[in-house]
Design a protein around this ligand. Sequence first.
Ligand SMILES: *Cc1c(COP(=O)(O)O)cnc(C)c1O
Length: 395
Amino acid sequence: MSELPQAGGESGRDGFETRAIHAGAPHDPVTGAVVPAISLATTFAQSAVGEHRGYEYSRSGNPTRAALEACLADLEGAGHGMAFSSGLAAEHAILSLLGPGDHVIIPGDAYGGTFRLVDRVHQPMGVTYTSARLDSSGVGSDNLAGAWQPTTRMVWVETPSNPLLGVADIAALAEATHARGGILVVDNTFATPYLQQPLALGADIVVHSTTKYLGGHSDVVGGFAATNDHELAERLAFFQNAAGGVPSPFDCFLVLRGVKTLAVRMDRHCASAAAVAGMLEEHPAVSQVLYPGLPGHPGSRVAAHQMRKPGGMVSFVLAGGEPAALEVARSTRLWTLAESLGAVESLIEHPHRMTHASVAASPLAVDPGLLRLSVGLETVSDLIEDLTDALRRAG
Ligand SMILES: *Cc1c(COP(=O)(O)O)cnc(C)c1O
């Protein structure tokens, strides 16, 4: 197995935007190319048996992937980073740290795919789980204490969560988890390392679907996991190579390209999301707006403390329930009705029937009147006008 990827040490002192552009991607020493090559080679010449330049076989290690891993690890303040072929492949690697008899606590409003992976793949292999609400300060750690079992090894949290945008207090959960001898995993997909740094707040592992904001352009599926714990890193890197769920060099290139503009994109996503949330709050057809930047949101205080800004996702409940929600979802012109999130184009979706259909019959089911918005980078007045038109039609 090749060496664990390391974060670019020197660059750790630079600002976030600088590191997003320079970390892990030094100019090509031979040609001076300012972007990393897409290294398609599957195998690498050895000068003598076992003597090579760090690469042997592309599943075990690839130069384009190494550049991506070094960049993202640096942005998360992690010593070690592993890229995967999807967010769920990264999650699968992390959950595979658990064995038969081990117990994991997952959030009550987990991403549907995370719930399905735990419930339908890892539970049949002997892992047990409890779902608990881990958001809202204080309440989260109390619920964690209540869900804890003697066999609990891991706590999994998403913050902000999907689709309810609940905010979990990462530092409080890390403390409560460590006091009981477990490890805390944070899915940082909604926040990105620009808005939130889970490892610095005490989490043991941070995981991403790079399909979302990190890629940022709806053109690549990928995942990433990072940690500062050497032993966990070795086990994750072993799994990455042994199970083989690695991203292609082209996919790695696309995520690296996306990350260079992450900070400027996130600033605009956040500003436009705040404006959209403000409009929805005033709208008579809307009974509830879920956005961590609103003062009335139960997680606003924790969000203000642990996030740079409250993010680009907004969810809301229609006063007219599911029929109104379905009508709005099909009537927008600029907001594309589609799953996924975090890219340049604005998306609208109906979690109950779309992203969260797999949990519809479980305790994690979401309100059928709920719509989720991924606020994109279009002119914000256009977005607001289009959504207002759709709300009028549904009202
Ligand atoms: C999309 C998503 C995932 C899964 O990632 P894929 O790249 O689709 O496999 C996990 N967690 C969150 C919060 C997501 O939004």
